[in-house]
Design a protein around this ligand. Structure first.
Ligand code: TYD
Ligand code: MG
Length: 450
């Protein structure tokens, strides 16, 4: 017999409480707790069949049953770790308007193992068709289903047995089993649970699209992160043309890969030479610009760091960063001040990573320090030099990982000099590349500006 139960669920973190509260004591967010009515069914809906629940020796389990479905889209293929695993569930998060629906429609239309069931709970069939005409790639059979009831979607999945199912978006889904409104935590959790169960049963990969809030959290879908196999994040500034796709969690591959797309009039196009887009064409030298060699996943990437140092107008100097950790900048400024005697304490410092990229690779430290020094003295850095070293609290230059690969990229992009730590171990540096090996960050000022 079904019994009704009510519970209070935080819409931000998904924790449940016995009573209503103004502030969630788990995530400290205000006004996020909502009363939700749950219907607890006495019969367990997700009971696995008895023969599946018997233990099996690990040696007897063969892997041949789960070959990957390789994708025609090279970037998506790399980020997922070589294609989609049948029966896996992927959550694709991103801000509204970033291009999630476009990316998934593109994937569907070029999917090698059709038909594809595209469930659209947000847009009408005509809207999806209009977008498909704009993209017009691939020839896979795509079946559009305007539906939000998860039970009916499950029926269609069983009936059509597609090669892939895309659900746009998970926030619109609802399960008739529950009384709460679509988009609430319990509805999202229940609907996703049902789809995950069906995906595993039929061996169909399912992609759930989820919107994230301004703070960068998957609103509601955050509670799904532990249930799904792969969590992909689609990000990038909407003003910039470039979109970055990265894996936050991947049960079948690494999470360090980055996919880069460019949004054009005819959909998203993979960017094959990413170093070019994060640096300016090197024709004029400007003060305050330093090129660092970072790593995004397994790919080296040349990144332009731009600094502006000016006299503080107010008593307290401003420190502002875009795309870089502001605490790390403060640390680097303190190192420059304390260890090297550059007086930056009374000056405003602004730092920007070009191209809308967000980086946290310590190998960019030296590029940041150099661009700050360059702007501070209004002396441009030679266009042929790139930087690749971490800076420690003592002002010492520290070696970075995968230096050979980074140097290859710099050489490929036409740089002829690279500043690295004297402690770096170099196996075979690329020919034609001059290396400046320095011990301390103050030596770099000497090297660049004499
Ligand atoms: P959309 O995929 O709807 O974003 P999301 O599903 O993440 O909310 O598309 C986002 C934007 O992309 C939209 O404002 C229009 C733009 N766009 C293009 O520039 N070119 C195109 O070919 C398409 C299909 C969309
Ligand atoms: Mg959309």
């Amino acid at each position: 017999m079904a019994q009704k139960k009510t519970t209070f669920i935080c819409q931000n973190c998904g924790s449940s409480h016995n009573q209503w509260m103004g502030q969630c004591n788990r995530c400290d967010h205000w006004n996020t707790i909502v009363e939700e009515k749950l219907r607890v069914s006495s019969k367990k809906t997700f009971a696995a069949s008895s023969d599946h629940s018997a233990p099996r020796p690990i040696k007897e389990i063969s892997l041949q049953e789960t070959p990957r479905i390789a994708l025609t889209e090279p970037e998506l293929n790399r980020v997922t770790g070589g294609g989609l695993v049948p029966g896996s569930v992927i959550l694709l998060g991103g801000e509204p308007g970033i291009g999630k629906s476009t990316l998934m429609l593109q994937l569907s239309m070029g999917f090698p193992k059709g038909p594809v069931l595209y469930v659209s709970g947000e847009e009408s069939l005509e809207q999806v068709k209009l977008r498909a005409d704009r993209i017009s790639t691939g020839s896979a059979e795509v079946l559009l289903l305007p539906e939000t009831d998860v039970e009916l979607i499950a029926d269609q999945l069983k009936k059509n047995k597609p090669g892939l199912c895309v659900v746009d978006s998970v926030q619109t889904l609802f399960s008739p089993e529950l009384e709460s409104a679509p988009g609430t935590v319990s509805q999202i959790r229940e609907s996703a649970h049902r789809l995950i169960q069906i995906a595993k049963q039929l061996g169909v990969p399912v992609i759930l699209i989820g919107h994230i809030t301004k703070e960068g959290q998957l609103a509601g879908p955050k509670v799904l992160e532990h249930m799904v196999d792969v969590v992909l994040q689609f990000e990038g500034d909407r003003q910039h043309m470039y979109r970055l796709l990265r894996a936050q969690k991947n049960r079948f591959g690494s999470t360090s890969e980055l996919g880069i797309y460019e949004m054009q009039g005819s959909g998203l196009h993979p960017v094959s030479d990413p170093s070019q887009i994060f640096t300016r064409p090197r024709d004029e030298s400007l003060s305050g610009v330093g090129i660092g060699i970072g790593m995004e996943g397994a790919r080296p990437l040349l990144i332009e760091t731009q600094a502006l140092v000016s006299t503080a107008v107010y008593g307290t100097p401003q420190r502002s960063t875009t795309g870089f950790d502001s605490r790390r900048l403060n640390m680097l400024l303190a190192v420059l001040e304390k260890r090297c005697g550059f007086h930056l304490g009374s000056r405003d410092v602004f730092l920007n990573i070009a191209g809308g990229l967000r980086v946290d690779d310590p190998a960019l430290d030296l590029a940041v320090c150099s661009s700050v020094l360059s702007s501070s003295g209004d002396l441009p850095i030679s266009l042929d030099i790139a930087f690749c070293s971490e800076v420690g609290l003592g002002g010492e230059l520290r070696p970075v990982s995968r230096l050979d690969q980074r140097l290859m990229e710099a050489s490929k992009m036409g740089f002829t000099e690279v500043v690295v730590s004297a402690r770096s171990k170099l196996e075979n540096p690329p020919k034609g590349l001059k290396l400046h090996t320095l011990k301390r960050v103050d030596e770099v000022a000497q090297l660049l500006f004499g």
